[in-house]
Design a protein around this ligand. Structure first.
Ligand code: AHR
Length: 652
């Protein structure tokens, strides 16, 4: 904890200041305003930066099915001095037609001969934990055994298992490995032991300790980090990845459910999107598919918000259009998704959900049509989705797109058209400098309360500029986002939801920065931006309380406030962002409040502008909580320099 913060917290706990207040913050407790959407603060998941494969999806083997166009990518030949053998890729009689390629290993038997997998920029294994190996194997000639081994980055053997007696038909083999030491860059070896040949496919290694211990599941620490945010919703699967650079590369949810070996591999658009950050080994296995997304939402208490292609490929890429009169399959995908999520188990897609082990509905309430699509081409297509979906499912709220930028010509074109169409919720995006966020906290004050609502669906302050590799998750960015979020909260009547983007990045395989959570093969750290999101999400409140801010001596865009009331806790929640470089003493007035408990709670998040968290120093900027005393109808409070403060005050 910063010693500066500690000192100010002590001052805050005393709650008195001898300094004359430079600001007044009046919370009109007796004038509760609009209800805040319980799902207001959510998360945006996209398979960017190895967010799914190499991230949330806990599979440790890269290119497990030899389906990458370069079939041996991720694999290397292991041929100790005496070993003689051959590797070849085949596709006749595969174990599964959706995964047609497999590896044939032929050994002369003089020594162990085989392959090693490098994992996703390193295979992270932990001492004392179990790792579940499985593969499809078929004996071709002779009767060789297989050795499955884990090696550390220093070449030390971490564990080994021998498997033998394979038939001439494909069979699934499995074993459990227990590495002796922790290693961030271990390798999995599969070696032929004896003379002969075997076919090998779908080689997999999962930690046993996945989220909720689900076999083939998700990385427990990453899901936990999301659960700790208490997100109101989760948008998935993106982002641009929804649209595809061409239509045939769009995300198609129906191809992501069912047995994993039947989910066809697709190149990830972030593989080739940025020439300055090429990622040739980035593909989508869809091991994290739509069922897993819904299940994760259920686990972490987030409303599911799937976004589907509207029939336009990414307009930053080809912008390929599905002709209007051929949109029916796209619309049908949306209708079927609603049935998959909510339908009775007697319906076609509800039955599929049940067959996949989840007979209970997922209670889907909203769905997005298109991501960052624009112009008449989008409006025409959205109109068709809107008509069909509203006719069949008026209960589902539809999210429409206002394009990629918060104020350009596409944005200005979209809004009136969407208003005419009686769109439910419009998705606005903004990636800009911290100053944009500080200067736009009043953006929504003048929005029409009667038209479509707003989903501020992607935003992040950029320390350099959008798409720059120099962007960092600095405190300067995080505090600007916090200031902006007070504006979103004050306008929660019209801004119904918001999410920071992107969510995850693998520190060794990212394309885009900044991101909310950074991971490597073993660990993660949360950024200051994460903690800002967490503060808002965990201190949401149920209704808005008007706040009057008086700070004549403080330069504009330095002090921001919003307030809500938490009905169950009987607490006023006051959020104050002090972006000034000096502490600010404010007189806080709780107007027309009944009995006020003199003890409250204060949580402060603070740092220096350039502060970032990191693997080495993950807790440089973290919230610090304390008891607040001396609370009354009017009391003074010192808000530390460069801080975000949440006060929770019990008011009868
Ligand atoms: O969040 C990264 C990308 O930014 C998203 O995929 C896209 O929607 C936006 O342009």
């Amino acid at each position: 904890m910063h010693s500066k913060v500690k000192a100010s917290l002590v001052a805050a706990a005393l709650a008195f200041s001898l300094t004359a207040p430079a600001a007044t913050i009046e919370v009109q407790v007796d004038q509760p305003g609009a209800k805040i959407n319980p799902a207001m603060w959510g998360i945006f998941f996209e398979d960017i930066n190895f967010g799914a494969d190499g991230g949330l999806y806990a599979e440790l083997v890269k290119n497990r099915g030899f389906e990458f166009p370069e079939a041996m990518m991720g694999w290397s030949k292991l041929s100790p001095s005496k070993a003689r053998g051959q590797l070849s890729i085949h596709n006749e009689n595969p174990f599964n037609a959706a995964n047609p390629h497999y590896l044939r290993l032929e050994s002369e038997g003089k020594d162990l001969f085989g392959v090693a997998n490098e994992g996703f920029r390193g295979m992270g294994v932990k001492a004392g934990e179990a790792y579940n190996f499985s593969a499809q194997v078929r004996n071709v000639s002779g009767s060789p055994a297989l050795r499955v081994e884990l090696y550390g980055s220093d070449g030390a053997l971490l564990d080994t298992v021998k498997l033998e007696k394979f038939s001439g038909d494909w069979q699934k083999i499995s074993a459990v490995l227990h590495p002796k030491v922790t290693d961030a860059k271990a390798k999995l070896y599969v070696l032929v032991d004896g003379k002969g040949a075997v076919d090998l496919d779908f080689v997999s290694l999962f930690p046993d300790n996945t989220w909720k211990h689900r076999p083939g599941g998700l990385r427990a620490d990453m899901v936990q980090a999301l659960a700790d945010l208490h997100p109101g919703f989760m948008r998935f699967p993106g982002g641009c990845i929804v649209e595809g650079s061409e239509l045939n590369k769009r995300y198609q949810w129906k191809k992501t459910i069912g047995p994993v070996e039947e989910r066809e591999l697709l190149i990830n658009r972030w593989n080739y999107e940025f020439l300055h950050r090429p990622t040739p080994d980035y593909f989508q296995s869809f091991g994290l598919g739509f069922l897993e997304f819904f299940q994760m939402c259920e686990d972490i208490g987030a409303e599911p918000l799937p976004i589907l292609s509207c029939g336009i490929a990414c307009q930053f890429n080809s912008g390929e259009l599905c002709p209007l009169d051929q949109l029916e399959p796209f619309i049908q995908d949306a209708l079927d998704l609603i049935e998959f999520a909510n339908g009775a188990t007697t319906t076609t897609w509800g039955a599929k959900r049940a067959a996949l082990g989840h007979p209970e509905p997922f209670n889907l309430k909203m769905m997005g049509v298109g991501n960052e699509n624009w112009d008449a081409q989008y409006i025409e297509r959205y109109a068709k989705f809107h008509a069909a979906l509203k006719a069949a499912h008026p209960e589902i709220h539809l999210i429409s797109s206002a394009g990629p930028f918060p104020n350009d010509e596409h944005f200005k074109f979209a809004w009136p058209k969407l208003r005419e169409l009686h769109a439910d919720i419009v998705d606005e995006h903004c990636y800009d400098k911290p100053a944009w966020f500080l200067n736009n906290t009043h953006r929504f004050d003048s929005y029409d309360r009667t038209g479509p609502k707003v989903f501020f669906g992607e935003y992040a302050a950029q320390s350099d500029k959008v798409v720059s590799v120099k962007n960092r998750n600095t405190w300067e960015c995080a505090i600007a986002e916090a200031a902006y979020m007070t504006g979103l909260e004050r306008n929660a009547e019209v801004v119904r939801m918001a999410s920071y983007a992107p969510l995850f990045a693998n520190a060794e395989a990212w394309q885009w920065t900044p991101n909310m959570i950074w991971v490597d093969s073993l660990n993660l750290y949360a950024t200051p931006n994460y903690y800002v999101q967490q503060l808002f999400s965990r201190n949401r409140g149920d209704v808005i309380l008007p706040v009057k801010l008086g700070a004549p001596e403080i330069p504009t865009n330095k002090l921001f406030a919003s307030a809500t009331h938490d009905n169950a806790a009987g607490e006023v929640i006051l959020k104050v962002v002090n972006a000034a470089t000096t502490p600010t003493v404010a007189e806080i007035k709780l107007t027309a409040a009944g009995k006020i408990t003199d003890k409250g709670r204060v949580t402060v998040l603070s740092g220096a502008n350039a502060d970032v968290n990191s693997f080495a120093n993950p807790k440089l900027v973290v919230p610090v909580a304390a008891t607040l005393t001396g609370v009354g109808k009017t009391f003074n409070h010192t808000f530390p320099a460069n801080s975000v403060t949440v006060l929770r005050l019990k008011v009868n």
